[in-house]
Design a protein around this ligand. Structure first.
Ligand code: HEC
Length: 219
């Protein structure tokens, strides 16, 4: 019996020696047999971080971030929710308008970047269904999606820019809406890119004459 108590005493000394008293603060990391992901390679809220040059762990949202389901209905300014005017709706009074809105501030210096933006956004958001050229034969059509619009047919070629903008914003039929995910500027850039695609794919050449001029071209 004596040996048992001696062994028990030594065992307690050993356990306390390795594990330490409970409730005591130590600077070293405790021995964890089952770590349960207590220690993770992450930055806690409001903590410093030397990873970023400004030394802050918390980051500002990237430009164009979409807030998660705002019950208060507040959307950032680059989205059209609850706003009116041609730039935000594609409509002038009761009709769809044509042409790029002045708010885009397009000029010869930024038009190339604008079309590039349209190309990039079209490739990401639209091409999976409408295809890279707009023929409606994107990857989803091979997996059974039916009824995808070919953007090179008459009503889509002649429809006003504002109608295409509206389709992007609110969706149509089987097509979902992009009003909450694509900023207004990106939507117009896509419209401009679709117009470029349509013009480039046009093969039905026809002579266009101004009404007041003679109808025979002489060159
Ligand atoms: C999930 C597949 C899918 C995606 C992604 C998609 N569309 Fe569509 N789109 C459709 C379908 C299907 C229709 C036909 C809708 C109908 O008429 O019922 C359509 C119709 C259209 C039309 C013709 C509308 C009309 O008035 O006839 C346009 C223009 C259009 N889409 C543009 C776009 C643009 C721009 C994007 C990217 C922002 C896009 N779509 C993304 C499936 C898609």
């Amino acid at each position: 019996m004596k040996y048992f108590f001696l062994a028990l005493f030594l065992l307690c000394v050993l356990v306390v020696g390795i594990g330490g008293f409970r409730g005591q603060l130590k600077s070293e990391r405790p021995i964890e047999i089952f770590p349960d992901m207590d220690v993770q390679d992450k930055i806690l809220g409001q903590a410093d971080s030397h990873f970023f040059s400004d030394g802050q762990g918390s980051r500002n949202p990237v430009q164009g971030s979409v807030p998660h389901a705002g019950d208060d209905g507040v959307f950032p300014v680059e989205f059209s929710e609850g706003r009116s005017g041609y730039y935000y709706t594609g409509a002038i009074d009761d009709y769809f308008g044509n042409g790029m809105p002045a708010e885009l501030g397009l000029d010869k210096d930024n038009i190339e970047a604008f079309l590039r933006l349209g190309h990039e956004r079209y490739a990401t958001s639209c091409a999976p269904c409408h295809g890279a050229t707009g023929d409606g034969k994107g990857i989803t059509s091979y997996y059974g999606m039916a009824g995808i619009a070919n953007l090179h047919t008459k009503p889509r070629e002649t429809t006003p820019d504002g109608n295409i903008y509206n389709t992007i914003t609110n969706g149509k039929g089987l097509m979902g809406s992009y009003g909450a995910t694509l900023p207004v500027r990106d939507r117009w850039a896509i419209v401009a890119y679709i117009r470029a695609l349509q013009t480039a794919m046009k093969t039905d050449a026809a002579a266009v004459v101004a009404p007041s001029e003679p109808s025979t071209a002489s060159n």
